[in-house]
Design a protein around this ligand. Structure first.
Ligand SMILES: Nc1nc2c(c(=O)[nH]1)N[C@H]1C(S)=C(S)[C@@H](COP(=O)(O)O)O[C@H]1N2
Ligand SMILES: [Mo]
Length: 182
């Protein structure tokens, strides 16, 4: 009898663990390799500028550069199609920004300070660590590098998936805000 109960417990644990494993291996939402997880959000200092704004369904949420840097961060090499330079960029995955915005899994629109906007598809940012980059090689992006904030695609890791021909227009530079795509 005790043996049967034990066997039951073992079988159930196995099934639960398998379920968890299959869940975490969701091919449409793969785990990202993070540079760091969410850090404590620094308070805004007097006079400190908001550099990026999330348009959530409940209103706006602005972030200073230091606050943006406290969000989950990724880092990977990418070849900026316009300046044709490869850099190791650091920034916040759109997947995390979309979740903070309350629009996870929906197409998003990233706007630049020049009012240029691009739609970035959920299938791309949910599966790949497309980011809003703030630095390259650990140094803040300069205007010549399309900074201070630039949308970056992992085109070195997945060149077939993100060809410049079709994705070039989505590398929004001077990025300023994110909202659900209209
Ligand atoms: N902020 C901003 N980002 C932008 C654009 C823009 O006009 N403003 N143009 C996009 C388009 S359509 C393309 S093809 C490339 C053009 O970059 P380039 O002018 O340096 O070749 O940047 C993209 N990112
Ligand atoms: Mo373009």
């Amino acid at each position: 009898m005790a043996l049967l109960v034990l066997l039951g417990v073992a079988v159930c644990s196995f099934l639960i663990l398998m379920g968890l494993r299959l869940h975490s291996a969701d091919p449409d939402k793969p785990p990202f390799s993070y540079l760091h997880a969410t850090l404590p959000l620094p308070a805004t200092r007097p006079g400190e500028a908001v550099v990026f704004t999330l348009h959530t369904p409940k209103g706006e949420r602005g972030f200073t550069l230091r606050q943006l840097q406290s969000l989950p961060a990724v880092s990977y090499p990418a070849l900026q199609p316009q300046v044709a330079q490869q850099h190791t960029y650091q920034g916040v995955p759109l997947r995390d920004l979309a979740e903070l915005t309350g629009v996870s899994g929906q197409d998003v629109r990233v706007m630049g300070s020049d009012d240029f906007g691009a739609t970035i598809h959920a299938a791309d940012y949910m599966k790949y660590p497309v980011m809003v980059a703030y630095s390259a090689e650990g140094q803040l992006l300069t205007p010549a590098q399309k900074g201070p904030l630039l949308v970056v695609f992992p085109d070195v890791q997945a060149p077939q998936r993100f060809p410049a021909k079709t994705y070039g227009s989505q590398w929004v530079w001077f990025a300023e805000s994110l909202s659900r795509a209209p």
